[in-house]
Design a protein around this ligand. Sequence first.
Ligand code: UTP
Length: 277
Amino acid sequence: MNSAPIKKCLFPAAGYGTRFLPATKATPKEMLPVLTKPLIQYGVEEAVEAGINTMAIVTGRGKRALEDHFDRSYELEHQIEGSSKELLMTDIRTIIRECTFSYTRQVEMKGLGHAILTGETLIGHEPFAVVLADDLCDNDGDGVLAQMIELYKKHKCSIVAIEEVPKEDTSKYGVIAGDEIEENVFQITDMVEKPDPKDAPSNLAIIGRYILTPDIFDIIRETKPGKGGEIQITDALLEQAKNGKVLAYKFQGQRFDCGSVDGFVEATNYFYKKSKA
Ligand code: UTP
């Protein structure tokens, strides 16, 4: 029996990934590899490191490769049996052995909030983690999700990961305002999705790691479409913050926006250098 406070991780992975067209025409963005590992596997490994072994993935049309990646591939495995290539399969084999995966489809892409609500059927009524695999995080100590779970143990409320971004980049992120209640931990007082730099309440941007308490599902159900006509998780979290407490955590480590070509190239260079060190 897993007695960890957070047992499940949700991976919203239904987005179209249009910034990577044509690569993402028939391949899920989450399957793009940084070196030899697809983005989604980095995310799953971060969750495993945080003590989670139940993965819930929200997919969409054309995303079947995600399911195949976390399954055996008998023909291929038979082919490489006994050769040095088997070593390349060690990590993914361990994941397949130790984790369970479940999937549900988001039929219409109505935004991240809607994708998270679609995952309710896989999560049930318990606190859970959310990883956006296109935000690739790395830290030499505890991973970002492990750091957030430590914080969750103390505060038992929803938590978003944040980082400082240049003011001119605030229009790409959800941005928070809050009171720093302990080092690197802010109690959220306001949150705006993709604000114009002149309207941004701070330069503290939300990145793709969340711990959410399950009351968020009812709140999302009541959340009207916001910026871009999408159901925004930031709008739901602001509602949750008004009625209780939501924290923002400035994490230790590096984050690469692999949803953008620049971030993807940076991540590739970073992990390549690290692999040679
Ligand atoms: P993005 O804003 O990066 O959108 O979504 P996208 O569609 O993946 O990529 P671009 O902008 O077209 O290049 C952030 C995360 O939320 C998920 C995406 O899969 C991604 O992990 N998402 C977004 C959904 O699962 N469903 C949605 O309706 C929207």
